[in-house]
Design a protein around this ligand. Structure first.
Ligand SMILES: Cc1cc2nc3c(=O)[nH]c(=O)nc-3n(C[C@H](O)[C@H](O)[C@H](O)COP(=O)(O)OP(=O)(O)OC[C@H]3O[C@@H](n4cnc5c(N)ncnc54)[C@H](O)[C@@H]3O)c2cc1C
Length: 439
């Protein structure tokens, strides 16, 4: 009798879930589990964050999906290294199935579980599910364009399969998911990112005009699928399968997502220090007051402030806006990109360690990017990507009746909300000097 666990992590679906499908194929009885990891979420207080409402709905949805194939989801709030051995003992488990993790913590956690399984004659099997092409399947590249060529070639060569799960026999227990989740996470669903919303985005927002509108902050031109990819609500193969018929540009964005996993694989030190050796000694300004203004959306630059308010309110920020605020923090304020990375980690629903580190280093011009220095002018960005200031007015109500031309240039126009905290024209000169000093 083969009894197994399938351990869900960032793959909260049954459809095309590689590890789950293997677990079903190779087990007589199966216990699907999810662990609210106490190393990350030590107590219940942490669960008040509205980001957890997304997780709650995703877990309930996953339970319903499992019900359709004969199973149910059991959730633990515990330390994986403690609870997994307990579950294995209680149910006489032979094999632990899961999908591969890519974060520093995830890799270390899995090493501990592997160690336990080796010592106890239990198999620990981890499958590739999260990416189209694994980082190590491509030889080391430091720049996106050559990486992308190899990535496309590899993907065609290896192909991909989208699979349906079949029914399985559940290991019985009396766990009640609704009681458990209602007690741990009060509330129903995230105010913006619900399962229903995600389904609609998947079906209708991977579009052939993606390239035309993807940068416009005032249009709904991107897919908003990042939280769903991050938690594996949809499989990347499912998304790619739609995208390849609609937009090659969209496909290249999926490759960017994998490029940062590739960079982490070959250059793991980038979690500590800058990718570019000559950018490791920039004299950052450790100014907590300026940082707080940036965090709260009080810089006086409406485009920056609206974006920060979007992040805090919705747990998501438009990709163009992420580049604008990251450039502003690191160039205009000369504040260490690590501070920005940590703030995004706290607020983003789609937070992915490798993608966030990679993009922050890229935005700070210290990462895997052949261009020596990029400084975004917030006034020009505002004019170009939110010409009528619709995006800004949505998040900064005080500017509702202000003219767009005035909003775009807060250096020359006094606006009735916040004074500018730095003058971009001056600040960018200071940044150029600070960056030059390190070369
Ligand atoms: C400073 C900074 C930090 C970021 N942190 C994250 C993060 O923690 N998690 C995250 O998923 N994305 C991050 N991004 C990348 C990007 O901004 C988001 O993936 C994108 O805005 C999500 O919105 P969307 O789903 O509508 O994207 P779309 O434009 O619809 O793109 C489709 C998918 O492609 C991927 N993608 C798009 N752009 C990028 C990119 N630059 N890098 C990697 N993948 C990309 C995402 O998975 C996205 O869902 C960051 C970007 C910057 C500049």
């Amino acid at each position: 009798m083969k009894k197994s666990i399938f351990w869900f992590r960032q793959d909260l679906r049954t459809f095309d879930n590689k590890g789950l499908i293997e677990a079903i194929k190779n087990s007589n009885e199966l216990l699907p589990i999810f662990i609210l990891d106490k190393n990350i979420i030590p107590d219940f207080l942490g669960l008040n964050d509205k980001k957890f409402l997304f997780l709650k709905e995703a877990l309930l949805n996953l339970d319903l999906e499992l019900n359709k194939i004969g199973g149910k989801l059991t959730i633990y709030h515990d330390y994986p290294e403690k609870i997994i051995p307990e579950i294995c003992k209680k149910y006489n488990i032979n094999t632990i199935f899961t999908n591969k993790s890519y974060s520093i913590y995830g890799k270390k956690r899995d090493e501990k579980i592997l160690d336990f399984s080796l010592k106890n004659n239990i198999d620990f099997l981890s499958f590739n599910d999260f990416l189209l092409v694994e980082p190590e399947e491509i030889e080391q590249r430091k720049v996106f364009t050559p990486y992308y060529k190899l990535w496309q070639k590899k993907l065609i060569e290896k192909g991909y399969k989208i699979e349906n799960p079949v029914n399985f026999k559940q290991i019985k227990n009396d766990f009640n998911i609704k009681n458990f989740l209602n007690e741990k996470i009060p509330g129903e669903s995230h105010p913006y990112f619900t399962m229903e919303f995600g389904k609609n985005r998947l079906e209708n927002y991977i579009r052939s005009d993606y390239e035309t509108f993807r940068n416009d902050l005032d249009k709904d031109g991107t897919s908003k699928l990042s939280p769903y990819l991050r938690f594996g609500i949809f499989s990347v193969r499912q998304i790619y399968n739609i995208a390849k018929e609609k937009s090659t540009h969209y496909v290249s964005e999926l490759a960017w997502r994998e490029f940062w996993q590739h960079i982490d694989y070959y250059f793991p030190f980038t979690k500590e220090i800058e990718f570019q050796e000559n950018k490791r000694h920039i004299e950052w300004r450790h100014d907590e007051k300026l940082f707080e203004k940036w965090c709260n959306g009080e810089t006086g630059y409406p485009i920056v402030d609206a974006a920060m308010k979007q992040l805090i309110e919705t747990n998501w920020m438009h990709g163009r806006a992420r580049m604008i605020v990251a450039s502003f923090l690191t160039k205009d304020l000369l504040i260490d990109w690590r501070w920005g990375e940590a703030f995004f980690k706290k607020h983003l629903l789609d937070y992915d360690e490798n993608v966030n580190f990679g993009n922050w280093q890229w935005s700070a011009s210290v990462g895997a990017d052949p261009k020596p220095l990029r400084i975004f002018n917030p006034c020009l960005q505002s004019q170009k990507f939110d010409s009528e200031a619709k995006f800004i007015k949505k998040y900064i109500k005080e500017l509702e009746f202000e003219k767009a031309e005035r909003i775009h240039n807060p250096i020359e126009n006094l606006l009735i909300y916040n004074d500018i905290i730095v003058n971009h024209n001056e600040a960018q000169k200071v940044a150029r000097i600070a960056y030059k000093k390190t070369i």
